[in-house]
Design a protein around this ligand. Structure first.
Ligand code: SAM
Ligand code: F3S
Length: 448
């Protein structure tokens, strides 16, 4: 049997795409997955170009794989994802041993591309944007655990000045409610209890509803919440624009929607938000959070931050730090700004020194880590609903699972409880590693 090795960079979106590629090639070519690139017959790199020197990183990686071709003439090397979408044929000009280039919207064509390469031995490049076509080709998912991702929309129309995504992944397009529902029903029938809806801006969702009319994200959530077997719903990522009152109402009515929201903001300075073309102010963001707190007093918020955007003064940065304290963010994905070629911000003059940017990032992450620890400390003594997902790595008598706010909790319990929701009292917190005591297993009487 032929073997495939796939290396994935970046976000959940890419992880999702890679899992689909594996399932697809298993079905069409009977490939099995290997964890050793040296054993593979097909080597695929699913790239991300949101940050860092993605192009250089790509050619370094390809250089390491090139040597495998010397001993294995039939080895196929393919590059996909955002760097492939941006660079296209140039990758083959610079690395002529690359055989296939595919984009985020053409990964379902890989089986044909592989066959075509075996037939004629000429590199195949397809980085076009056939809207949503890929979803028609993905085989039924075989979930690995009790949580699963479901993509509801692709692309982004927001064109933040620093971001490459709209250029590499295309404009916003939404899958229909029927397609999404069928995928979730199938996952639920295989034991999945928790769904994370995926998209660059899920709250820009505009899909066709069962009645042929347009459905927005709030209504989609209400539909999904009625699917039997699914008891916890998350989503990533949403945008402060389009975080409507209708969506906030869903938090009031739908218990299955977790009290934890990842809502990217990038900066706490209105001046920088404007330069980033985020189309909202700090006040707007705060008003969303305040409204959410009214309907869900226990809600916790995490966010994305970019530090050292061109022209960010120490005053702008301090505003971000105060904003972080005001909101009391629990977690962040935070990075130093990295200029993306072709984006408007890449042309802005950038006088802040690299060392200073790193210092600001350190301060920001340190603050959010402290806040996060305090959030965990506050959980001690409370009862949390936990989805048990496996045995503890450290002690075979213990099982572990996740709380609504993404904390891992370990506690004494039977492996029979894996895949169930249980109530656990949090007894200690050691640097966000929570220990608990099992109180109740779903559909069973209380433990005395
Ligand atoms: N849709 C989301 C939103 O509302 O902002 C974010 C999607 S973006 C792919 C993920 C994160 O990458 C952004 O929130 C931002 O913090 C980060 N990012 C994007 N471009 C970046 C850049 N040029 N430099 C540093 N970080 C960047
Ligand atoms: Fe990027 Fe802004 Fe869209 S961060 S993914 S252009 S919302």
């Amino acid at each position: 049997m032929k073997k495939i090795y796939i290396k994935t960079w970046g976000c959940q979106m890419n992880e999702y795409d890679s899992s689909k590629i594996i399932e697809l090639l298993k079905k069409t070519h009977n490939y099995v997955l290997t964890t050793k690139p040296e054993n593979a017959d097909v080597l695929l790199l699913n790239t991300c170009s949101v940050r860092e020197k993605a192009q250089e990183k790509l050619f370094h990686q390809l250089g390491r794989w090139k040597v495998f071709k010397q001993n294995k003439k039939n080895l196929i090397i393919g590059v996909g994802g955002c760097v492939a979408s941006q660079e296209g044929e140039y990758i083959i000009q610079r690395a002529p041993y690359v055989d296939i280039i595919f984009g985020p919207q053409t990964l379902h064509r890989l089986p044909k591309m592989i066959n075509s390469f075996y037939d004629v031995r000429i590199p195949v490049v397809d980085i076009s944007f056939p809207k949503l076509e890929k979803f028609n080709y993905f085989p039924k998912v075989i979930p690995k655990g009790y949580s699963a991702f479901v993509s509801i929309m692709e692309g982004c129309n927001k064109y933040c000045t620093f971001c490459i995504v709209p250029y590499t992944r295309g404009e916003e397009v939404s899958r229909s409610v029927k397609e999404i529902s069928l995928e979730i029903i199938q996952l639920a029938s295989q034991g999945v209890r928790e769904i994370t809806l995926l998209g660059q801006n899920v709250n820009a969702y505009r899909g066709i509803n069962f009645n042929g009319r347009m459905c927005n994200f709030a209504t989609l959530l209400r539909h999904i919440s009625k699917i039997e077997g699914i008891d916890r719903i998350r989503f990533i990522t949403s945008h402060p624009i389009e975080f409507s009152d209708e969506l906030i109402e869903v938090y009031k009515d739908v218990d299955k929607l977790v009290s934890f929201l990842h809502l990217p903001v990038q900066s706490g300075s209105d001046r920088i938000l404007k330069l980033m073309k985020r189309s909202h102010t700090v006040l707007h963001y705060k008003s969303i959070v305040n409204k959410l707190i009214q309907v869900r007093p226990d809600i916790q918020i995490s966010s994305d931050f970019i530090v050292g955007f061109p022209g960010e003064t120490i005053d702008d940065f301090n505003q971000t730090m105060h904003f972080i304290m005001d909101i009391n963010f629990d977690m962040s994905f935070s990075f130093v700004y990295s200029a993306r070629p072709g984006t408007p911000a890449a042309d802005l003059s950038d006088e802040v020194k690299k060392e200073e940017k790193k210092r600001r990032l350190y301060l920001l992450q340190n603050l959010i880590n402290q806040q996060s620890r305090r959030w965990s400390d506050r959980m001690v003594g409370t009862v949390q609903r936990v989805l048990v997902d496996g045995l503890s790595n450290k002690d075979i008598k213990q099982i572990s699972g996740k709380t609504e706010n993404n904390r891992i909790v370990t506690f004494n319990g039977s492996p029979d409880n894996i895949g169930k929701f249980v109530d656990v009292e949090i007894v200690s917190n050691n640097f966000n590693a929570l220990k608990g005591k099992l109180l109740k297993i779903e559909n069973e009487p209380d433990i005395l």
